[in-house]
Design a protein around this ligand. Structure first.
Ligand SMILES: C[S@@+](CC[C@H](N)C(=O)[O-])C[C@H]1O[C@@H](n2cnc3c(N)ncnc32)[C@H](O)[C@@H]1O
Length: 274
C-alpha cells in the first residue's frame, strides 16, 4: 500500500533537514521503494508504520536509518568519462604548472561508496609525471553507510563491473568470495570522512580540484547556493570545480564561474576584487 502523503512529507522533511536533499511531492513514490528493505529488516508492516515510529521518537537510530535509506547513492567507476577527460587533460596540467611545491589536493564531495575517489586515484597513479608529487585525495559524503563501504573498499560483482576496465580490476582489486576489495595500496591513496557538503569543509588546506557531481541537483536554490559557498571556501583561488553531467554553476551562484577555455569546468570567483 502506498504511503500516506502526511507520512511521506514528514520523512521527506527529515531527509531535507539532515542533508539538504529535497524529495518533492512528485517524487514521493521513491519513499516506498527506498524504505522496502528497512521495512522488512525491522519488521514494520508498511512505510506508514516506519513514519509513525520515527514520529514517536523512541529510537533515534531509526531516523538515521531512514535518512540513509532515502539517500540516492547511485555511482560507478569513472562515471561520465568526459569529466575524467576534463580532469586529466585540462585541469591537471594547469594545476601542475602552478604548483612548484609538487603538492596536489583533491576533494571528492559527495563521493557515495567511493568509486569516484578511487577512479581519480587510479587515473593519477598512471601518470608518470606525478611520480614524485604528494597527492592528497579527500572524499566525503553525508552517508555513514556509504563512507564505511568506501573505506572498506568492498564492491559486489555488479558494482565492480560498472565502469572498471579489466586491467584496472586486476591491478587494484582482489576477489574475496563474492566481493571485490580494493587493495591496501589503493585504499591508502584516499582519506574518507562522513561530512555534509553544507558543513565546514574537510581541511584547512585549499583544494586544487573539487568534484561535486550529482549531489547538488536535488537541493533547493537557497541550499545549493550555500553549498557553492562552502565549496568556494575550500577551493584554492585557481582551483577547478567539476559538477555532474546534468549540472551547472551558471546562474546558480556568484562563487564560481565557467572556465572560458574548458567548457564543463568551473573556477572560483575572487570576491576580494569585488
Ligand atoms: C548520486 S550520488 C553521486 C556520487 C558521485 N559523486 C557520482 O557522481 O557518482 C550522490 C551522493 O551525494 C550524497 N549527498 C547527498 N547530500 C549530501 C550532502 N548534503 N553532503 C554530502 N553528501 C551528500 C549522497 O549520500 C550520495 O552518496
Amino acid at each position: 500500500m502506498e504511503m500516506s502523503p502526511v507520512s511521506a512529507r514528514m520523512l521527506a522533511g527529515i531527509l531535507e533537514q539532515r542533508t539538504g536533499q529535497m524529495l518533492s511531492d512528485g517524487r514521493h513514490w521513491r519513499l516506498d521503494i527506498a524504505l522496502d528493505t528497512l521495512i522488512r529488516t525491522h519488521g514494520f508492516g508498511s512505510a506508514d508504520a516506519v513514519a509513525a515510529a520515527v514520529a514517536g521518537g523512541r529510537d533515534p537510530a531509526l531516523s538515521d536509518a531512514v535518512v540513509e535509506a532515502l539517500l540516492n547513492n547511485e555511482t560507478s567507476f569513472f562515471r561520465d568519462p568526459l569529466s575524467f577527460g576534463l580532469l586529466i587533460d585540462r585541469a591537471l596540467p594547469q594545476v601542475m604548472a602552478a604548483r612548484p611545491d609538487r603538492t596536489l589536493r583533491i576533494w571528492s564531495a559527495g563521493c557515495s561508496t567511493g568509486q569516484e575517489a578511487y577512479s581519480i586515484a587510479m587515473a593519477l597513479a598512471g601518470i608518470a609525471a606525478l611520480d614524485d608529487w604528494r597527492i592528497d585525495i579527500v572524499a566525503t559524503d553525508v552517508s555513514q553507510a556509504a563512507i564505511k563501504q568506501a573505506r572498506d573498499g568492498e564492491y559486489s560483482q555488479f558494482e565492480i563491473q560498472r565502469g572498471l576496465a579489466v586491467r584496472q580490476l586486476v591491478r587494484w582489486f582482489d576477489g574475496e568470495g563474492d566481493v571485490w576489495r580494493a587493495r591496501p595500496e589503493l585504499r591508502a591513496r584516499v582519506r574518507f570522512h562522513t561530512l555534509s557538503v553544507l558543513d565546514a569543509p574537510p581541511l584547512p588546506a585549499r583544494f586544487d580540484i573539487i568534484l561535486c557531481r550529482n549531489v547538488l541537483f536535488y537541493f533547493s536554490d537557497a541550499v545549493r547556493r550555500r553549498a557553492f559557498q562552502r565549496l568556494a571556501r575550500a577551493a584554492a583561488p585557481d582551483a577547478f570545480l567539476l559538477l555532474g553531467a546534468g549540472e551547472t554553476a551558471i546562474d546558480q551562484t556568484g562563487y564560481f564561474t565557467s572556465d572560458v577555455d574548458n567548457r564543463g569546468l568551473y573556477r572560483p570567483v575572487d570576491h576580494r576584487a569585488a
